[in-house]
Design a protein around this ligand. Structure first.
Ligand SMILES: C[S@@+](CC[C@H](N)C(=O)[O-])C[C@H]1O[C@@H](n2cnc3c(N)ncnc32)[C@H](O)[C@@H]1O
Length: 273
């Protein structure tokens, strides 16, 4: 049986046909929280939907209506619709992420990218310019064991969780958390690899490439219309490299997830000489 059919079965209130069609078809389990996006046309059913999901996932403590993220700090807009509590420890790929889902974002759709980042960086000096709670730095540190990762985060709440996650995963010797704007606090050093996991990353491309050692690799993220995904993001990397009298070599472009109809979250890997 599909997720929305299970949900429909658990709902106590009888539903109109048009309400059934709008029921959420998927949700995210983050630690012991359920996050669900509910169409506003059935907002009146939010508590019933919340209770039904709690019924479906008895080990979860609360259900949160995920209304999206706001601003460049990607602050979540969340409403608790069943149970209580928004803090959790999410476990995946042998990593632990402590977080408060009402204050910091953690995207289920980026799972494959988090796993991919756990396979690169061995013995390297890495810079993570937008580290969040350590979504990409922690798996890399746990599995690939770089020499060091300078992990920068501007939002003090996310930074607090980043520090907690470094301790939780025993990677204090690898990840150095830095609070501040990467435009100003990036260490004056040469890195083998720079991660740019943020949708405003294009504004910081020159900064990133200046920090890359010759033959270093950048992972540049962008939100882009599907028809431009193999052109625009890499063209921006190439332009930034040329502006610094360096050259770029495309290693690959991959879709991290569908972001909206016709829009993709894409990551470009490029070597900068
Ligand atoms: C979308 S989250 C992504 C976290 C992680 N990189 C990932 O891919 O899952 C982006 C993070 O960058 C932080 N951020 C935004 N602008 C920043 C800046 N100028 N310097 C450092 N961090 C910044 C935000 O606070 C947020 O936590």
């Amino acid at each position: 049986m599909k997720g929305h059919q299970l949900l429909e079965q658990r709902l106590r209130a009888p539903l109109e046909e048009h309400e059934k069609l709008l029921l959420p078809r998927r949700w995210q389990i983050l630690g012991d929280l359920v996050l669900v996006n509910i169409p506003t046309k059935i907002a009146h059913l939010k508590h019933e939907i919340g209770e039904a999901l709690l019924d479906l996932y008895p080990r979860c403590k609360s259900v949160l209506w995920d209304k999206g993220v706001r601003g460049s700090l990607r602050t979540p807009e969340i409403e608790v619709i069943a149970g209580s509590g928004t803090r959790t420890v999410h476990k995946e790929n042998r990593c632990k992420f402590a977080l408060d889902a009402s204050r910091v974002m953690f995207s289920a759709g980026n799972f494959a990218e988090r796993v991919r980042m756990s396979t690169v960086g061995s013995n390297e000096k890495v810079l993570d310019m937008f580290s969040g709670v350590g979504q990409l730095s922690i798996p890399m540190a746990v599995h690939a064991r770089p020499q060091s990762i300078a992990a920068i985060e501007l939002n003090s709440v996310a930074y607090r969780y980043l520090r907690q996650n470094i301790r939780l995963n025993n990677v204090d010797g690898i990840v150095q958390p830095i609070l501040g704007n990467c435009a100003h606090v990036t260490p004056n050093d040469q890195f083998d690899r720079v991660i740019m996991g943020h949708f405003d990353a294009c504004d910081y491309l020159r900064k990133a490439l200046r920090s890359l050692a010759p033959e270093g690799v950048v992972h540049y993220h962008e939100i882009v219309p599907l028809e431009l995904m193999h052109k625009r993001p890499y063209a921006r990397v190439e332009q930034a490299a040329q502006a610094l009298a360096r050259s770029a070599d495309l290693l690959g472009t991959r879709k991290v997830k569908d972001y909206a109809p016709g829009i993709a979250h894409v990551v470009v890997d490029a070597r900068i000489d």
